[in-house]
Design a protein around this ligand. Structure first.
Ligand code: NAD
Ligand code: MG
Length: 335
């Protein structure tokens, strides 16, 4: 099995979790999905939440046992940290670390805390990752429909000698091995994840959309038309790419759109952008981005909040909020 790099149901065995208690810390997007899927897979699950957490009633309503974070961490043989990444270090120090016994399995759904040294688990502890490649609601819904969402898995420390089997069993418990679980490392998962969100999915796309919208508006066009052409219709294109890749999308658009795409796209995303992407990746690899983000949080995240407020006030947001009211089929239409 050591040379394989993708695992399915037949490669994983839930009995490795027999007699073990799995503590899920946090009940947000990922937390609720992991807790419920593991429980439905027959695992012993406890959920760790803050005493005043609004998710307590919800988790208890689903028949889950809810404990304070420290109690859950100490009860768990497997402890999955599904707290926001920027909060994990603080909660680790104050409530998790003391509950982690030798040969417990400490787990993550993202490599940030380990890769950037925010959490330094003792050497006698197993450290693993199962990172679903989809939001929690999809992880839950696919599971209840008998399917699963593909996951990445990694083992950072194998003190017990069983870490890989345990991590794979966990991945099976949340339904991941039904779809396929790809073996990677904390480093590769985290660096590619950060790069994707910064340069393409979030940072790249938002600036592309704003630049297109503002170019049309500055040229005197109706902002409502600019919004439809540069933001609203993005969904159509992304859905086509999601289903069939770039060529599948191109197959569905008009020939005029396809010709414009192939002859103009490289002018927008040229050498300068590719150089910027390489620098963004270098800042991730060197730890520069992580240092900046950790320092920002330590300083109270004031500039983060300021940037959020600035973004709210943009014309593209105001125009969009009005236009979305004309399209009641759009959920959460800015109301
Ligand atoms: P989330 O924000 O949806 O949920 C976080 C949970 O932690 C909430 O229940 C919140 O109440 C709780 N929480 C926050 N601060 C706390 C504290 N101080 N003490 C105790 N509980 C606290 O987070 P998420 O999106 O589920 O992310 C969890 C992990 O999963 C992260 O490592 C993230 O990178 C990873 N991940 C997320 C996704 C995704 O699509 N959301 C996908 C893959 C991996
Ligand atoms: Mg424990």
């Amino acid at each position: 099995m050591a040379d394989k790099d993708i695992f399915y149901d037949n490669d994983s065995d839930l009995t490795h979790l027999d007699g073990k208690t799995i503590a899920i810390l946090g009940y947000g997007s990922q937390g609720h999905a992991h807790a419920l899927n593991l429980k439905d897979s027959g695992c012993e699950v406890v959920v760790g939440l803050r005493p005043d957490s609004s998710s307590r009633a919800e988790a208890e309503g689903e028949g889950l046992e809810v404990l304070d974070v420290a109690e859950a961490a100490s009860r768990g043989d497997v402890v999955m940290i599904l707290l926001p990444d920027e909060k994990q270090a603080e909660v680790w120090e104050s409530e998790i670390r003391d509950g982690i016994a030798p040969e417990n399995l400490l787990m993550f759904a993202h490599g940030f805390s380990i890769l950037f040294g925010q959490i330094e688990p003792p050497a006698e502890v197993d450290v693993g990752m199962v990172a679903p490649k989809g939001p929690g609601h999809l992880v839950r819904r696919q599971f209840t429909e008998g399917r699963g969402v593909p996951c990445l898995m990694a083992v950072e420390q194998d003190a017990s000698g069983n870490a890989r089997d345990m991590v794979l069993a966990y991945a099976k418990g949340i339904g991941g091995t039904r779809a396929g679980v790809i073996a990677t490392t904390f480093k590769d998962e985290c660096e590619t994840d950060l790069f994707g969100e910064q340069s393409v999915l979030c940072g790249g796309v938002t600036e592309l959309v704003r630049a297109g919208f503002e170019t049309l508006v500055e040229a005197g066009y109706d902002p409502r038309l600019a919004y439809f052409e540069c933001l609203h219709e993005l969904k159509l294109i992304v859905d086509l790419m999601y289903e069939g890749g770039i060529q599948g999308m191109r197959h569905s658009i008009s020939n005029t759109a396809e010709y414009g795409d192939m002859t103009r796209g490289k002018r927008v995303i040229g050498d300068e952008t590719r150089a910027a992407m390489r620098q963004i990746l270098a800042d991730i690899q060197s730890g520069e981005f992580a240092r900046e983000w950790i320092a920002e949080n330590r300083a109270g995240a004031e500039s983060f909040q300021r940037m959020r407020e600035e973004a709210e006030g943009r014309q593209v947001e105001r125009v969009g909020a009005d236009l979305r009211k004309m399209m009641p089929w759009i959920e959460g239409d800015g109301a």
